[in-house]
Design a protein around this ligand. Structure first.
Ligand code: ASP
Length: 370
């Protein structure tokens, strides 16, 4: 025990900010605390308060809350982060308000082509799918690809064939088609607008979670951008761009102008920055431990008793989103860390989002100032 106190005293002297990143040694391994955490998103963009009725706002919030509850229930009951992420995403894919599964945006040719990805932070196994049009829940196909394990990323006709072999539920084109999204495409064609002009808000869906075993997972699902052409694939199914999970650092799901997220490698960049920040903060803490008579550190700081504070996580995540903005891209991310921090960052007016933790946090929000 004594060395813990020595360590704490040294730590306190170092700085209050650093102290807040200390996770009590009594907590033991960060992986067995029984804590859990989850965050969901339903897209980011120009979400104007004035342009949304109270009823519309309530209906988006109810959908986000239902997805959050579905994921939280899995985690509360000791289920895996992977299962929680899928449980949260499936209802959002089925909800025509969001640009994923049913309600997906239209390609230039007037079809709905879906992308999705799922990643397991424990094993760093991943499954991704692009340009599919007959699988009711693309996130479940990503899961099947991941579990099969032979490949990570399938596209188009081959992916559809794989879905058939895996026995996944299919849906006809009418299931995905919605009038609202068709009108966006028509407006775009008539006035030669960009996807950002007609969509304003992206509507992609995603979830990230940490389960009671300390394992992380991330999943994202989308119809992409209105009017996309030439077999365009966005960031969502590109592992490391729109979706990434690694138990050592974080789980990330993104939404926004996919091309920029691919170019920055947003999701993996966030995880890498957090991994190095963790290491740097731990080294700082070690350097603050007093030396014993033998000139050696009287206490060795161990990774299992150390965590990054929420504000440090936020700083790193914001830095990557600032890079996206500098290049001209916009959108947002949700991030969960091994310490259970659930963090948002977006450079748009709003992001449909929600988060819940075993500590009792449970909230959904739309606008930046909420
Ligand atoms: N990121 C998605 C894409 O570029 C779009 C979105 O987030 O809605 O395909």
């Amino acid at each position: 025990m004594n060395h813990h106190f020595t360590f704490l005293a040294a730590f306190f002297a170092l700085s209050l900010a650093t102290l807040s990143s200390f996770v009590s040694a009594e907590d033991g391994n960060r992986a067995d605390t029984g804590d859990w955490s989850i965050a969901v998103h339903g897209g980011a963009g120009t979400i104007d308060r004035g342009a949304m009725t109270a009823r519309e706002q309530a209906s988006y919030k109810a959908a986000l809350a239902a997805a959050l509850d579905a994921g939280s229930d899995v985690l509360k009951n000791g289920g895996t982060a992977l299962d929680a992420v899928q449980a949260a995403i499936v209802p959002l894919e089925d909800d025509p308000k969001f640009n994923a599964g049913r309600g997906a945006v239209y390609t230039w040719q007037g079809t709905n082509e879906l992308d999705a990805a799922l990643m397991d932070g424990e094993t760093r196994q991943a499954g991704a799918v692009a340009g599919i049009s007959s699988v009711k829940n693309p996130i479940l196909l990503a899961n099947a690809i991941m579990r099969d394990g032979r490949h990570v990323f399938l596209s188009g006709a081959g992916a559809e064939e794989f879905a058939g072999d895996a026995g996944l539920e299919r849906a006809p084109p009418e299931w995905f088609a919605t009038q609202r999204r068709l009108e966006s495409l028509e407006r775009m064609k008539a006035r030669l607008l960009s996807a950002a002009d007609v969509d304003h808000k992206f509507g992609t869906v995603g979830a990230v979670a940490m389960d009671q075993d300390g394992n992380l997972a991330a999943g994202t699902s989308t119809g992409g951008l209105t009017g996309k052409r030439w077999g365009r694939i966005g960031d969502v199914p590109v592992i490391g761009a729109g979706t990434y999970a690694d138990n050592r650092s974080c789980a990330v799901s993104a939404t926004g102008t996919g091309e920029y997220f691919i170019r920055v490698g947003v999701a993996q960049e966030i995880c890498t920055r957090l991994r190095y920040r963790f290491r740097a903060e731990m080294d700082k803490a070690q350097a603050a431990v007093p030396l014993g008579e033998d000139g050696m550190a009287s206490y060795m700081v161990h990774a299992s008793e150390f965590g990054l504070a929420g504000d440090m996580v936020q700083e790193e995540v914001d830095a990557v989103m600032a890079e996206v903005k500098d290049l001209g891209g916009y959108g947002g991310v949700i991030v969960v860390t091994p310490d259970g921090h659930a963090v948002f960052s977006f450079n748009t007016q709003g992001m449909y989002r929600g988060r819940a933790t075993s500590e009792g946090m449970n909230e959904v929000a739309i606008f930046a100032d909420e």
